[in-house]
Write a protein that binds this ligand. Structure first.
Ligand code: ADP
Ligand code: MG
Length: 683
C-alpha cells in the first residue's frame, strides 16, 4: 500500500485551486494527472530579469525590470498599436506598445504622470527602445522576481497559469524522510527533497536538479535490485540437460565465439536452483535464435517445456517455421500458438501443452493467457524484450510449477550504462561478434531532391524481382501526422508502381497491418511503404533495398535497426539514406557514421555521444523505465552510484525496514516503481 504521507501528492490535479475542466486537456498532453506530476513538471529554462535604473545600460533582447514615469499616450491612427511613452529618472524616453484591445487596458494601467514598475523584453523600433506587451505592470513598490522559470507548455495553458498552479501545488507538498545514503548526501551537498523541488521551480539550481534526478534513478535501480533479490530467493528446479538433443542438433555453420560463450553462460544459469534472469543482447543478425534454441533444448532434455514469446503474430510464425526446420529429425514436438488459433485446433494445442506432449511452444501473448496451462514450464524466452514490461514478465513467472528460467533477448544494442538503467535486474550476455561471411550492407547518402532518379532505380530493382522497404519521414511526434505523410508517399508510389506497393503504419488496425506485412512476405507486394513500425519486423531475405527518407531526423540507433531489415539473404543489400537540404552538423556526422560502421554496439555508443540517450531510453515499454526528471546526461553520470547504493541497501536491509529502508519505500512509490515493494514481505 502506498505510504499515507504520499497521498496529497497523488491527488488529482484538478483538486488544485484554479484548475478546472478546461485545463485538463492541455495538462493531459503534458502527462500531468496528479499533483505529483505537476510538481515534477520542471522548468526547462530560466529567464533572468535585470533590474535597471537607467535605460542607457539596457540592450535589445534583454529582459528588464524598470521603474518608469508615464509621460504620454500616443494612439496611432486606424488599427495601429497603442504606444505609451515613459521615461527613466534621467529622462531617457522609451515606448510601451500594445496591440488590439490591450490598448484600452494599458491606458488604465499606465496613467500619465504616474510611476510604474514594468518588465518585459526590450527591443527597438526606429531609434527608440520599446517593450511590446510588458509581462508585468505594477506600482513601484511591488516585488518582481529576478528569475522567471520557463516551463514546457501545451496549447490552452498559459505560462502564467501553469506557474501559478505549480506554486499552489508546492504548498501542499509534504516533507519526506531522507532516502539517500547520508555519506553521499553530504558529499554531494544535496538539499532535502522538498527543498530541492522548491529551488528548481525558482531558479537554475544544478545541485538541486541533480538530487531530483538521482532520486528517480535510485528508485529505478532499487526496484531492479529488489526484483533481482526476490528472484535470487526463489528456488526452482535445476535443468542441467544431458546434451542428448543439443549434441544431436546439426547446424550448417559453426557457432561464433560469442554464441558459444552465451550458450554456456545460459547453460550454467539453468543448471542452478536459482531461476535464470538473463538478457541476451545482440544486434540484428548476430544469431540470437540458435542460442535460444540451445537453451530450449536443454530445458526439454531435463524433461521440461520451453516457450518462446514473440512480439507479433508474424514473428511468431517465422520463428516457428525456422525453428521447426532447424529441429527436423530431432525428437521434439514443436507447436505455434497465437491469437489466431480458434476452436478445436486451439483446444488440441492447449491439451498438448497441458499434458506435456508439446514440448516447445512458440507464440505471442496468447501463450500466457489464463487458459494456457503448462505441464512443466522450465524456460521462457522472450524475443524483443522491450515490447514486454516487467509486469508482464511477472505474469509469465506464475506459469511454472516452480518459477521458470527466463531468457530475454533484445536486438537493440545499447551502451553499458543504459543496459544498467533499463535492464538492471538481469545478468547480461552479449553477442558482440557477427557470424562470419556476412556481406556488408552498402550504405549511401543521397539528396532528397533526387526522388525521380530514385524511382527509376527502384523500377529497375523491381524488374529484377527485388523487393524494397520505403520508410517515410517522421514529421513530428504525432503518429497521426506521420500517417498522413506515409499515405501521401504511398499514393505517389502507387501512381507509378500500382498494386505492387503495400502500406503499413502505426495507425492501422493490427489485423490490416499483419495482412499487409504478409502480402510483402509472400512477395505479392514489392515495395513496402512504412513508418518505423517495421523496425522490429520480419525477415524477408528477398528485400535487399532499404530507402529511408529524411534520414537525418532519426537517431543512429534507429537508423541501424531499420537498416537491419535488409542484408538477410545471400544477395548484396543496399541502404539509401535520403537527406533534406538543411543538414545540421550532428545530422551530417550521424549519416557519415552510418556509412562507415555496421556495428550496432559502436553506433549505440556514438548515438549516446551525439544526441543523448533520449531515444534509447524510450525503447523499453513506458511505465517501466521512462525517466521524468533525469536527463540522459544525468542518467549517464549518476547511474553507477545509484546502482551500487541500491544493491548495498538491499544487502544490508533486504526487507526495507530500517529507517532509511522505510524512506526508500516511499521513493519507490513516489516514482511508481512499487512493483519492487510488492515483492517484499508485508510490501
Ligand atoms: P537475430 O535473431 O540475432 O537477428 P538470427 O538468429 O535470426 O539473428 O540469425 C540470423 C541468420 O544468421 C540466420 O540465418 C542464422 O541461420 C544465421 N546464423 C546464426 N548463427 C550463425 C553462425 N554462427 N554462422 C553463420 N550463420 C549463422
Ligand atoms: Mg531474431
Amino acid at each position: 500500500m502506498r505510504p499515507p504521507i504520499l497521498n496529497p501528492l497523488f491527488a488529482a490535479v484538478d483538486s488544485i485551486k484554479g484548475i478546472g475542466p478546461k485545463l485538463m486537456k492541455p495538462l493531459d498532453r503534458l502527462n500531468i494527472a496528479t499533483l505529483r506530476d505537476l510538481i515534477f513538471h520542471l522548468p526547462n529554462d530560466y529567464r533572468m530579469r535585470h533590474h535597471l535604473t537607467e535605460l542607457d545600460e539596457a540592450y535589445v533582447g534583454q529582459y528588464v525590470v524598470l521603474d518608469l514615469l508615464v509621460t504620454s499616450v500616443r494612439e496611432s491612427a486606424g488599427r495601429g498599436p497603442t504606444r505609451i511613452l515613459a521615461q527613466d529618472d534621467l529622462g531617457n524616453v522609451m515606448a510601451l506598445v500594445f496591440f488590439g484591445r490591450n490598448g484600452g487596458w494599458a491606458r488604465r494601467q499606465l496613467p500619465a504622470n504616474e510611476k510604474r514598475r514594468v518588465s518585459g523584453r526590450l527591443d527597438r523600433y526606429g531609434d527608440m527602445l520599446q517593450i511590446v506587451h510588458p509581462d508585468h505592470i505594477s506600482p513601484v513598490n511591488e516585488v518582481v522576481n529576478a528569475v522567471e522559470p520557463i516551463y514546457p507548455l501545451a496549447d490552452g495553458l498559459t505560462a502564467k497559469k501553469l506557474h501559478f498552479s505549480i506554486t499552489e501545488a508546492m504548498a501542499d507538498v509534504p516533507e519526506l524522510p531522507e532516502w539517500i545514503e547520508p555519506g553521499l548526501h553530504a558529499r554531494e551537498q544535496w538539499p532535502a527533497w522538498r527543498d530541492a523541488l522548491h529551488l528548481v521551480h525558482q531558479d537554475r539550481h544544478d545541485v538541486a536538479r541533480s538530487r531530483l534526478a538521482y532520486d528517480e534513478i535510485f528508485a529505478g535501480q532499487l526496484a531492479f535490485a529488489l526484483l533481482r533479490k526476490s528472484n535470487r530467493r526463489q528456488q526452482t528446479r535445476p535443468r542441467p540437460g544431458d546434451k542428448r538433443l543439443t549434441d544431436a542438433l546439426e547446424l550448417p555453420y559453426s557457432l561464433t565465439g560469442a554464441q558459444q560463450r552465451s550458450i554456456s553462460e545460459i547453460a550454467g544459469d539453468m543448471a542452478s536452483e536459482t531461476p535464470m534472469l538473463r538478457l541476451l543482447q545482440g544486434d540484428v543478425g548476430s544469431g540470437k535464435t540458435v542460442v535460444a534454441v540451445m537453451a530450449m533444448l536443454q530445458a526439454i532434455e531435463s524433461s521440461g517445456q520451453a516457450v518462446l514469446l514473440a512480439p507479433t503474430e508474424i514473428l511468431a510464425r517465422q520463428h516457428f517455421d525456422g525453428i521447426s526446420e532447424m529441429l527436423r529429425g530431432l525428437p521434439v514436438e514443436v507447436e505455434v500458438l497465437t491469437g489466431r488459433d480458434k476452436g478445436k485446433a486451439r483446444e488440441a494445442k492447449l491439451m498438448g501443452i497441458a499434458d506435456g506432449s508439446i514440448q516447445l511452444i512458440i507464440g505471442t501473448h496468447a501463450v500466457f493467457q489464463d487458459a494456457v496451462i503448462y505441464h512443466d514450464l522450465a524456460l521462457a524466452v522472450i524475443d524483443e524484450q522491450h515490447r514486454f514490461g516487467v509486469n508482464q514478465r511477472l505474469l509469465l513467472v506464475k506459469k511454472g510449477k516452480a518459477p521458470p528460467h527466463m531468457l530475454t533477448m533484445t536486438a537493440t544494442p545499447i551502451p553499458r550504462t543504459l543496459t544498467l538503467s533499463q535492464f538492471g535486474e538481469m545478468d547480461v550476455s552479449r553477442l558482440d561478434e557477427k557470424p562470419p561471411g556476412r556481406q556488408p550492407i552498402e550504405t549511401l547518402v543521397l539528396s532528397e531532391n533526387r526522388l525521380d532518379e530514385l524511382a527509376d532505380g527502384l523500377a529497375r530493382h523491381m524488374d529484377g524481382g527485388g523487393q524494397a522497404y520505403w520508410v517515410c519521414p517522421l514529421v513530428n511526434d504525432s503518429e497521426q501526422v506521420d500517417a498522413v505523410a506515409v499515405e501521401t508517399r504511398f499514393a505517389m508510389l502507387q501512381a507509378r508502381f500500382g498494386d505492387k506497393v503495400g502500406l503499413v503504419h502505426g495507425q492501422m488496425p493490427a489485423e490490416r497491418k499483419d495482412a499487409e506485412m504478409e502480402r510483402f512476405v509472400a512477395g505479392e507486394t514489392q515495395i513496402l511503404c512504412a513508418t518505423t513500425v517495421i523496425e522490429v519486423g520480419v525477415n524477408v531475405p528477398n528485400a535487399t533495398l532499404m530507402i529511408i527518407e529524411s534520414a537525418e531526423r532519426y537517431g543512429l540507433a534507429q537508423l541501424h535497426q531499420l537498416r537491419g531489415r535488409v542484408g538477410r539473404g545471400s544477395d548484396k543489400s543496399r541502404c539509401l539514406l535520403l537527406r533534406g537540404d538543411n543538414l545540421s552538423e550532428t545530422g551530417r556526422e550521424r549519416l557519415a557514421l552510418m556509412r562507415s560502421s555496421q556495428d550496432g554496439f559502436h553506433l549505440a555508443e556514438e548515438d549516446l555521444r551525439l544526441r543523448g540517450a533520449g531515444e534509447l531510453l524510450g525503447t523499453r515499454q513506458s511505465g517501466d523505465v521512462g525517466y521524468r526528471l533525469a536527463t540522459p546526461e544525468q542518467v549517464h553520470t549518476l547511474i553507477g552510484t545509484a546502482h551500487d547504493d541500491a544493491r548495498l541497501l538491499t544487502e544490508t536491509d533486504p526487507e526495507l525496514v530500517s529507517e532509511r529502508g522505510e524512506a526508500a519505500r516511499i521513493a519507490l512509490y513516489l516514482f511508481e516503481r512499487d512493483y519492487g515493494v510488492r515483492l517484499l514481505r508485508g510490501g
